[in-house]
Design a protein around this ligand. Structure first.
Ligand SMILES: CC(C)(COP(=O)(O)OP(=O)(O)OC[C@H]1O[C@@H](n2cnc3c(N)ncnc32)[C@H](O)[C@@H]1OP(=O)(O)O)[C@@H](O)C(=O)NCCC(=O)NCCS
Length: 159
């Protein structure tokens, strides 16, 4: 089991199946369209394909998480979210550092992601980690007002 330190006395650990409810709650706080806890249960049951990383205290109070999908030598950052009350203190950075450290020891060569082109905090975080723009997908993210936002597709090399 890998283990990385994180700000605020937290650490980054691999997600486990019992974390499903906590991850669904954090995800719903971060995105207009949440995913049901049952989706997280299914993802967490298959950690070789969809590994998760959680920022947690010693009592498993989870303040943020990231989840990947692995496919051969490629991986996609499916989602990353930090508790709104705990943003801006380095947890997103700690989660991505753990993701990159773990992928360095895997066959994955490239990490992809999609992000709403108006999501400035997330795009700034990704650029810090070496993600470059590789394209856009129009109409990708539905919005509460019925419109849809364009996704920026980004990629970063591993290792
Ligand atoms: C994106 C998110 C995960 C960042 O988590 P966080 O813990 O607040 O991020 P950190 O404190 O580690 O910040 C890391 C970097 O992100 C960028 N960043 C974070 N918040 C920012 C803000 N409000 N404005 C601009 N840049 C910001 C900065 O580059 C920052 O580095 P710096 O502190 O050295 O300047 C968090 O804002 C979140 O959960 N958002 C809602 C869900 C979401 O949009 N996820 C990404 C979708 S693809």
């Amino acid at each position: 089991m890998n283990f990385w330190t994180a700000p605020g006395g937290l650490h980054i650990a691999r997600g486990e199946i019992d974390d499903a409810r906590a991850l669904a709650r954090l995800h719903a706080q971060g995105f207009y369209r949440g995913w049901p806890a049952s989706d997280f249960t299914a993802y967490l049951a298959d950690p070789k394909i969809t590994p998760a990383y959680v920022a947690t205290d010693a009592r498993r109070n989870i303040s943020g998480f990231a989840m990947l999908r692995i496919s051969g030598d490629e991986s996609e950052l499916l989602t990353i979210a930090v508790d709104p009350k705990k943003r801006g203190h380095g947890l997103g950075r700690a989660l991505l550092s753990a993701v990159f450290a773990d992928l360095t020891m895997s066959p994955v060569k490239t990490l992809f992601l999609e992000v709403d082109e108006t999501n400035a905090p997330a795009i700034a975080l990704y650029r810090r980690f070496g993600f470059a723009d590789i394209g856009t997908r129009k109409g990708y993210y539905p919005k509460p007002d019925g419109s849809a936002a364009t996704a920026l597709v980004m990629a970063a090399p591993i290792g």
